[in-house]
Design a protein around this ligand. Structure first.
Ligand SMILES: Nc1ncnc2c1ncn2[C@@H]1O[C@H](COP(=O)(O)OP(=O)(O)OP(=O)(O)O)[C@@H](O)[C@H]1O
Length: 238
């Protein structure tokens, strides 16, 4: 197998001694789309925070395209959308995208930005509106736009569908298929099992600090003898 895009090995994370992740092993291949699911509080966001070195790992390792996640340069091929994303409240949409383009080491391209807003069904008015006047869905789309404009090798998205209306969800799915067709890796958390089934090559179910299941959605249904992914998930976490 080629070098994985992401490799988690025996990852352990505790908060004040309380374990949240207790030996996570997961490889995600370049170009693969993997969905991370689990009940509220299962540790999905914590796993992603470990990946970006936002929180300290207690033991185990994480590699990004073969390099330790502790090296800042190793994280540069990644675009990230945090959970409950809100841009700095005083920045307009255009200022935020300009700022993010700089952080990603590129230059803001107003034409590309407008095209991306169209792709995600975000009104161009968001470009001149400060974030604090935007709706939850608008700021979410803005965060997604910044991610996709970065043209990174891998997109790490924490509940990317959160707050999006049905049209925007459809547009986001199109965009995810588009970046995958270009060879990008996608790793996202979600509570929407239908989205996981529709978009992902594989899914990982995190429960009680461990990955209870990793494989295709079809294999998940089969493993738990369930007609639907929802039933399979419920059996897995019960
Ligand atoms: N900074 C922190 N300090 C202490 N405990 C934390 C911290 N961050 C998260 N936790 C705890 O770790 C556990 C996992 O939280 P996390 O946010 O990773 O779960 P999640 O799977 O993303 O949940 P959700 O689906 O609700 O977003 C929870 O019990 C949470 O209270």
């Amino acid at each position: 197998m080629s070098t994985p895009a992401l490799r988690f090995r025996q990852l352990v994370k505790r908060y004040a001694g309380t374990p949240v992740l207790e030996g996570i092993d997961l490889d995600i291949a370049p170009g693969e789309c993997v969905g991370l699911v689990g009940v509220n509080g299962a540790g999905k966001t914590s796993l992603l925070k470990c990946l970006f070195d936002f929180v300290r790992v207690d033991s185990g390792s994480i590699e990004i395209f073969g390099r330790s996640h502790r090296e800042a340069a190793a994280r540069s091929p990644l675009a990230f959308l945090p959970e409950r994303f809100t841009p700095p409240y005083y920045l307009t949409g255009a200022e935020f995208l300009t700022y993010m383009a700089k952080l990603h080491g590129g230059r803001h391209d107003p034409g590309a930005a407008r095209a991306m807003l169209d792709a995600l069904d975000l009104d161009h008015a968001a470009l001149s509106m400060p974030a604090h006047k935007q709706s939850k869905g608008m700021t979410q789309k803005l965060g997604l736009a910044a991610c996709f404009l970065s043209n990174k090798q891998a997109y790490i998205l924490d509940e990317p569908m959160s707050g999006l209306d049905p049209k925007a969800r459809a547009r986001l799915k199109e965009r995810l298929r588009h970046v995958r067709a270009q060879g990008a890796t996608v790793f996202f958390s979600s509570h929407a099992l239908a989205d996981i089934e529709e978009l992902c090559d594989r899914m990982a179910i995190l429960h009680d600090g461990q990955l209870r299941f990793t494989g295709t959605p079809a294999a998940c249904r089969e493993a738990y003898g369930a007609a639907t992914l929802e039933q399979a998930f419920l059996t897995c976490v019960n």
